[in-house]
Design a protein around this ligand. Structure first.
Ligand code: SAH
Ligand code: SF4
Ligand code: F3S
Length: 480
């Protein structure tokens, strides 16, 4: 194995050069994204880096010279999906030459092992090496070189790169990368490396630019978003500065850790007129022994206290993540989680079956001893409990009016609009009822509700109403 480009990229093998081609015809790249919003954001970064170097993007994989998969490693299922795509491309590659690149967390997690087991992969790259992607793809295309770049960085934030965003209403900004928490079940600290934050100035400048491009809602992203720190600025300060940018209607953030919620942050979430009244607050378990094994650094009671602190300040919706069937979890310990979910009354919850991840603390120290059938049953019980709670909360909204940002077509029909309330509930309504465009804010009277969606009728555009965001801004200001 020889080393190319100073340190990180490793050249693994060189094949016969490709027949010469017209250098004026750009290479076409197809990219598929798995995993979380951070990966979606990274795909936008990768697209930007590639376009700057003359690659063009194609939505058609059959036309592509390069196929990239931006992968996830959080649960085994995420790996399985990528393996099946690799098997498919192995067959297709025999019909026509195409360069296959595997990017992201699975690449970082498995490294050489993945590359060696799957000769179909030409380029393997972890999340901190994307600046090298254009070079490695060019080498793979022109000289059939196989290479990988999987070094993690303590500094890379891609601060200077403007992501290639889809036009629309919503934009993501990654404000920090990496995670230092090392929850015992989680692979992220190994796939994303150490925590590092972008400067407040660069994030605020990017927000101004987004407003200029017509975006209305910004979601601040980080694996551990509220541990953001840049010089003396903490997350509450950054959130306020972003939400103060004129023209930004709504600011969201994900995912915070319950350990980093100082009162200043709670106040911003409860009162700033442009910060949405919604917190995604991953619980993982409601039992103290399991929380301790997970390394979550809070107890059931700490979590409850935080929920009360949030709710004491205002009507803020809460959603959560839960893992069922973690190592050694007993029925009684699971019931603690079940009871806490009932008590907290979340708006929604993502429930996951524990999936052992190689090299994590849990993998090294605890047995993955809850039977598959028991894990599945616990997931089903929690999902059913939460579905009932969500449906009940949504039904309570029937007959009321909710304020919605028009975000795009409904999933099921392009004759319907879809948007969210500030509390992050999905709302769907017929386009024919009122002429609206993307980015409008509108009041919807709720006629019907399921556990996941409100259905309604537009009453009038909010912009014409008395209680505009300016009024709310004045309210906030007068609160002092
Ligand atoms: N940084 C976020 C979580 C990112 S991963 C946080 O701390 O909340 C998203 C969710 O995946 C986690 O909240 C957890 O519920 C779930 N998850 C992570 N590792 C898992 C594993 N090994 N098995 C099952 N679910 C897992
Ligand atoms: Fe994983 Fe815990 Fe970090 Fe979240 S906080 S990314 S669950 S290690
Ligand atoms: Fe998956 Fe990596 Fe996100 S493991 S959940 S893509 S941070």
């Amino acid at each position: 194995m020889s080393v190319i480009r100073k340190s990180e990229a490793r050249l693994l093998s060189v094949g016969k050069p490709r027949p010469s081609r017209d250098p004026d015809v750009p290479y076409r790249v197809y990219i598929q994204t798995f995993g979380c919003q951070m990966n979606e954001y990274d795909t936008e970064l990768v697209c930007s880096l590639l376009q700057d170097r003359g690659f063009v993007l194609t939505p058609d994989q059959d036309q592509a010279d390069v196929v990239l998969m931006n992968t996830c490693a959080i649960r085994e299922h995420a790996h399985t999906r990528v393996y099946s795509h690799l098997a498919e491309w192995k067959a297709r590659k025999q019909e026509r030459p195409v360069v296959i690149g595997v990017l992201g967390c699975m690449a970082q997690n498995l490294k050489k092992e993945l590359m060696e087991a799957h000769p179909v992969i030409d380029v393997l790259m972890g999340p901190d090496s994307y600046r090298q992607l254009p070079d490695l793809l060019t080498n793979a295309l022109d000289r059939r070189e196989r290479a990988m770049a999987v070094d993690l960085s303590e500094y890379e934030t891609y601060e200077s790169i403007l992501p290639e965003r889809k036009p629309g209403v919503n934009a993501w900004i990654a404000i920090m990368r990496g995670c230092d928490n090392f929850c015992s079940f989680c692979v992220v600290p190994y796939t994303r490396g150490r925590e590092r934050s972008r400067s407040v100035q660069s994030i605020v400048e990017e927000t101004h630019a987004l407003v200029g491009q017509g975006y209305k809602q910004v979601t601040l992203l980080g694996q551990n978003v509220n541990s953001y720190r840049s010089h003396d600025a903490d997350f509450a300060k950054l959130l306020t500065e972003v939400a103060d940018v004129p023209g930004i209607e709504r600011v969201r953030f994900t995912s915070p850790h319950p350990k980093d919620f100082p009162p200043t942050l709670l106040d911003v979430v409860a009162h700033h007129p442009h910060v949405c009244r919604h917190v995604h607050l991953p619980l993982q378990s409601g039992n103290d022994r399991i929380l301790d094994l997970m390394g979550r650094s809070y107890t059931r009671n700490d979590y409850r206290t935080l929920v009360n602190e949030i709710r004491r300040r205002g009507d803020v919706a809460l959603s959560t993540d839960i893992i069922a069937g973690f190592c050694t979890e007993t029925d009684a310990e699971f019931l603690d989680t079940y009871e806490l979910v009932r008590e907290v009354d979340f708006q929604s919850a993502y429930v996951f079956k524990y999936s052992e991840r190689k090299n994590t603390i849990a993998y090294r120290k605890f047995p993955d001893d809850v039977a598959e059938a028991v894990k599945s049953e616990r997931v089903t019980r929690l999902v059913e409990l939460q579905r009932g709670i969500s449906a009940g909360k949504n039904r309570e909204l029937m007959g009321t009016e909710v304020e919605v940002l028009v975000e795009g077509n409904a999933k099921k029909s392009s004759d319907q609009w879809m948007g969210h309330t500030e509390r992050n509930v999905t709302v769907v309504w017929d386009k024919a009822a009122l002429p609206l465009t993307l980015g409008d804010r509108v009041t919807i009277k709720v006629d019907d509700a399921s556990a996941s969606t409100l259905f309604g009728t537009p009453v009038f555009p909010v912009n014409a109403r008395a209680r505009s965001s300016m009024d709310r801004a004045l309210d906030y200001g007068s609160r002092g």
